[in-house]
Design a protein around this ligand. Structure first.
Ligand code: HEM
Ligand code: HEM
Length: 463
């Protein structure tokens, strides 16, 4: 175990964010990189992961406060020391055995570590040490200014167990509450549906809005292809976006060669291969979306998924009541989606997708950095928060959508979307199975060994 960790020799990039910053030499400040993954705007440090066998404590407000000072040098973390001094002039932590491993802000060098270390992340986050069931090392008493002693160990194991039990109890309570709430919703909906006035209202609002006279019937083959490509891209976009969010140390990086078709004045920025995949899929997804919009409006197919009358609202309430009472609205997807479907499809195509694009672009290197007014009005943090929420919406939509497709006449529904026909046969089902196999294969192939040769065609891949 090295005790003197000179950052110039031991530093390794900690996240994609610092990837392009070479290890600082002695007396060199760890440069604050602009962006974690795209090396664009600043993002918060990655969340510490628990249950990895290492306790990750976040040192923030309320925790041992690192002294930050211009020119301050050599934070010495040794037994009895838990006050790292982060200097803009140097980054030279010296770690003793059983020591804490500070992950120093964006762009910071990674000090040499000893075994059995706790890993506090120095950042603006709250003082919230997280311990998963797999964690074996105790909470570091950083604020107390001392390294964990031998007597801490049994105490901490008990505490870890206690945390595990508490988490389990919390999950169990949440699950039971969810079941009880669902049961109450179903009973309430059934009670409502038994009321004569509600029954009369349901006759007036069946759950399906009237369509304009010239609305086309059925799902054409082009829509089936569009729908498949959209699902294919979105699944991989979610996967790659999640990798961007969670990877502490990406496996590979990519930088565009500025001699190909796309040439820019500014030098291209290095990014993780995950982000390259995310952005490449985004481009294909947006292209697919533009083609979809054009054909949708050119063929009049839009009338099936855009509300054309305000009675879509009471009809959506009516559909919701029918779903909740477990006596579901009649299936008529070939001709007319129910109002809840119309609203959901409209939200996906015309609200969520554009929001994903606007927030994604804000975080990307393509966004103008110098547009001060614009960037103040639309901060990158707001874009990131929005981007993640849009992702959660997509995930929730896809789960509910697929469950409903499969539980409301699977063969007919799959024939509509995958075989462009309104028949009770297995054709759509088998095409669907093949499409799922393609998506699963792509999911597993989306890793550096397979992606590197493709990414190398338009840039340089490095580890
Ligand atoms: C692999 C999983 C999926 C399956 C099996 C599936 C299946 C279907 C089916 C059967 C329909 C027609 C419904 C009917 O006839 O009643 C449909 C429509 C639709 N789905 Fe999916 N879907 C999947 C994934 C997705 C995803 C990921 C999205 C978007 C994020 C999506 C968005 C839509 C939209 C917008 C429509 C309406 C299309 C229109 O008529 O213009 N689906 N889907
Ligand atoms: C044109 C469309 C899109 C663009 C330009 C885009 C762009 C980006 C960029 C630049 C990042 C990296 C942000 C960073 O450095 O932390 C990112 C992250 C991410 N993207 Fe997208 N994205 C798009 C669409 C989507 C969609 C449709 C989804 C999911 C449905 C998605 C999910 C995510 C997630 C989960 C992350 C990680 C967010 C985080 O680290 O907090 N993205 N995206």
């Amino acid at each position: 175990m090295s005790t003197t960790g000179d950052s110039s020799t031991t530093a390794a990039p900690n996240t994609a964010r610092d990837a392009s910053t070479p290890a600082s030499g002695p007396g060199t400040a760890p440069r604050a990189e602009p962006n974690a993954r795209s090396e664009g705007p600043l993002r918060p440090p990655p969340k510490p992961h628990s249950n990895s066998g290492t306790a990750n404590a976040t040192l923030g407000t309320g925790m041992a406060k690192p002294a930050l000072g211009l020119g301050a040098a050599n934070p010495t973390l040794g037994t009895g020391t838990a006050t790292p001094t982060l200097g803009l002039g140097a980054a030279k932590p010296t770690l003793g055995s059983n020591m804490a491993k500070p992950t120093l802000g964006p762009g910071a060098a990674k000090p040499t570590l000893g075994s059995n270390m706790a890993k506090p992340t120095l950042g603006p986050g709250p003082a919230k040490p997280t311990l998963g069931p797999g964690a074996i090392k105790p909470l570091m008493k950083a604020s107390a200014g001392s390294a964990p002693s031998a007597t801490d160990a049994p105490l901490s194991v008990a505490r870890v167990r206690e945390t595990g039990i508490r988490q389990w109890v919390r999950s169990a309570i949440a699950a039971i509450t969810a079941v009880v709430v669902l049961a109450l919703v179903v009973l309430g909906a059934q009670w409502l549906r038994a009321l004569p006035s509600v029954q009369a209202w349901l006759v007036e609002y069946s759950g399906h809005s009237e369509l304009p006279d010239n609305t086309p019937t059925g799902v054409p083959a082009w829509l089936g292809w569009q729908h498949f490509l959209n699902a294919f891209f979105i699944v991989l976009i979610i996967r790659s976006g999640w990798m961007v969010r969670t990877a502490n140390r990406p496996e590979a990086y990519w930088i565009r060669t500025n001699t190909g078709m796309i040439r820019t004045k500014n030098t291209p920025k290095r990014m993780s291969l995950d982000l390259w995949l995310h952005l490449s899929l985004d481009a294909l997804w947006v292209l697919n979306g533009i083609v979809f919009y054009i054909i949708l409006f050119a063929t009049g197919q839009w009338m099936r998924i855009v509300p054309t009358s305000w009675d879509v609202i009471p009809n959506a309430v009516s559909s919701a009541l029918q779903y909740a009472s477990l006596n579901w609205p009649p299936e008529n997807g070939w001709i007319n989606y129910n109002a809840l479907q119309v609203l959901a499809y409209f939200a996906v195509v015309f609200v969520a997708a554009p929001l994903a694009v606007i927030s994604g672009l804000r975080m990307s290197a393509a966004w103008p950095k110098n547009a001060e007014q614009l960037n103040k009005a639309y901060p990158v943090e707001a874009a990131r928060a929005l981007h993640v929420r849009v992702m959660l919406f997509f995930v929730a939509f896809v789960i509910v959508h697929v469950v409903l497709v499969l539980t409301t006449g699977a063969l007919l529904n799959l024939n509509h979307m995958y075989a462009a026909q309104d028949a009770q046969s297995w054709t759509g089902f088998w095409i669907f199975v093949v499409s799922v196999a393609v998506m699963v294969a792509a999911w597993f192939l989306a890793r550096p060994a397979f992606l590197s040769p493709i990414a190398s065609l338009v840039g340089k891949v490095s580890r």
